[in-house]
Design a protein around this ligand. Structure first.
Ligand code: KG4
Ligand code: ZN
Length: 384
C-alpha cells in the first residue's frame, strides 16, 4: 500500500510517500523558518500563505523523489488537526481534492497520532535495516513534546490480544500542558534573550557551554493530575531574572547585532553572549528536561509498561535524550531521528496506513479542527 501523506498543521509544508507504514520512499519538508524568524514565532496568516505557495511543488517533489506518479498512490492521508486552522485547511483541502479527483480513499489523521507513529515507523525501518533488534512494542507511554503540544498518552492495541497488525490503536491521554508547550517555552525564552528562532535548537546548542546548576529554578509543582505540565511559570521566572538587569541590556545589543547578520554561527552567537546568559539558558533547559522526564517516568511506572516513546520537535533535544537514557534504565526508550521528530508527512502517511487497514475512510465532509483531542482522557489520582 503506497500512501501519500500531507502535513500542514503549523509552519512546515510536507508531503511523503510511505509503503505499508514501514518504508519511506520520499519525505519532503518545506520549512517556513525564514518567513517567521524575524517575528520570533509563527505568524498564522503568513503560514497559510506560505502553505498555499508550497503545497503543490512539495507534493510533486515527493512523487519525483519516490519515482511514482500520483495515480500509483493507493490512498491519501492528511492532517485534520490540531493546529493552526488556516494552515491545516491548505493541506486538507489539497488532499481532499486529490482524493476526489483520482477516486482514491482519503484518511484524516490527528497530528499527535502522527508523532506517535513516527516512533513505530522509524523502529520498523531500523529493524529492517539491521540497525536495531529491539522492537518498539505496545502498550507504551508516549510523550509528544513540540512547539504546540506537550502531552502524555498510554498507547495500546485496541482489543486485548488483537493482531498488532490490525491497525487499531487506542490512545488514552494521561496528561497535557495547562499553559505553554515545552517547545513554546524554549522559543519564548530564546526570543526574550534575542537568541534566534526556533529557540529549541539554539538553546540546546548554546547550553553545552553553560552551567545547568547556575540557577536553581526548583521543580515544577502541579496541583491535581501529576501527569500534567506547566511551563509558563518557568518562562516567567526567566523573564524576572532578565528584566531590568544587565542581561536585558545585553539582549538588546544582541537583537541589534542580529539584524546585521543573516544567520550567525553558534560560535558567533556565543561570542555575543555573556557566561551569565549561557548559564541561565542551560539552567532553564535543565528544568524543562527534568520535568518532562520525571513526569513521563512516573506515568510509565504507574501504567506498568516497558516501552516509552518520545516524539515531537523537542525530542531532538540532546539533554532530553541523555536524561531519558540515564533516568529510565528499566525501560526501552524510543526516539525518532531528528528528521522524523519534527513535523513531517511520513508520520502522517504511516498513521494513515493503519487507519486504512482498520477500514477508516474520510468522506467529503472531512474538515480541519484547530483543537482535536486524541483518544480518551484518563483520570490519574496518584501524586508525585
Ligand atoms: O514538532 P515540531 O516540528 O512542530 C510542532 O508540532 O510544534 O516542533 C517544533 C518545536 C519548536 O518549538 C522548536 O523550538 C522545538 O520543537 N525544538 C527543540 C529542539 N529542536 C526543535 N526544542 C528543544 N531542543 C531541540 N533540539
Ligand atoms: Zn508536531
Amino acid at each position: 500500500m503506497l500512501i501519500l501523506g500531507i502535513e500542514s498543521s503549523c509552519d512546515e509544508t510536507a508531503a511523503a510517500l510511505v509503503v505499508d507504514g514501514e518504508r519511506i520512499r520520499s519525505s519532503v519538508v518545506a520549512s517556513q523558518i525564514s518567513t517567521h524568524e524575524k517575528f520570533g514565532g509563527v505568524v498564522p496568516e503568513l503560514a497559510s500563505r506560505e502553505h498555499l505557495r508550497a503545497i503543490q511543488p512539495v507534493v510533486e517533489q515527493a512523487c519525483r523523489q519516490a519515482e511514482v506518479r500520483l495515480h500509483d498512490v493507493d490512498a491519501i492521508a492528511v492532517t485534520e488537526g490540531p493546529g493552526l486552522i488556516g494552515s491545516l485547511l491548505v493541506g486538507l483541502v489539497f488532499g481532499k481534492a486529490l482524493a476526489l479527483s483520482m477516486n482514491k480513499p482519503l484518511i484524516g489523521v490527528n497530528h499527535l497520532e502522527g508523532h506517535i507513529h513516527a516512533v513505530l515507523l522509524e523502529n520498523k525501518m531500523d529493524r529492517c535495516a539491521g540497525r536495531t533488534a529491539v522492537e518498539a512494542r505496545l502498550p507504551a507511554v508516549a510523550l509528544v513534546v513540540s512547539g504546540g503540544h506537550t502531552s502524555l498518552f498510554l498507547v495500546t492495541h485496541s482489543a486485548e490480544g488483537a493482531n498488532p497488525n490490525s491497525g487499531r490503536f487506542d490512545y488514552a491521554q494521561l496528561g497535557h500542558t495547562r499553559d505553554d508547550a515545552a517547545g513554546e517555552a524554549f522559543d519564548k525564552v530564546a526570543k526574550l534573550l534575542a537568541l534566534g528562532y526556533p529557540g529549541g535548537p539554539v538553546i540546546d546548542n548554546i547550553s553545552r557551554f553553560g552551567d545547568p546548576y547556575a540557577v536553581d529554578f526548583g521543580t515544577i509543582k502541579m496541583k491535581g493530575n501529576p501527569r500534567d505540565f506547566s511551563f509558563s511559570g518557568l518562562k516567567t521566572a526567566v523573564l524576572y531574572r532578565v528584566r531590568g538587569t544587565d542581561l536585558d541590556r545585553e539582549a538588546e545589543q544582541r537583537r541589534a547585532w542580529r539584524k546585521t547578520v543573516e544567520r550567525p554561527t553558534l560560535d558567533e552567537l556565543r561570542s555575543h553572549c555573556s557566561q551569565t546568559t549561557i548559564d541561565l539558558v542551560a539552567s532553564f533547559q535543565q528544568a524543562v528536561v527534568l520535568d518532562l522526564v520525571e513526569r513521563t517516568w512516573g506515568a510509565a511506572e504507574d501504567a506498568r509498561v516497558d516501552n516509552i516513546f518520545v516524539s515531537g520537535g523537542v525530542a531532538c533535544n540532546s539533554l532530553l535524550r541523555h536524561r531519558f537514557a540515564t533516568r529510565c534504565k528499566g525501560f526501552q526508550v524510543f526516539f525518532p531521528s531528528p528528521a522524523l521528530s519534527t513535523d513531517n508527512a511520513a508520520m502522517i502517511a504511516a498513521a494513515g496506513y493503519y487507519k486504512l487497514l482498520a477500514g477508516e475512510r474520510a468522506g467529503v465532509s472531512l474538515t480541519a479542527h484547530a483543537s482535536l483531542p486524541l483518544g480518551s482522557k484518563q483520570s490519574v489520582v496518584t501524586s508525585v
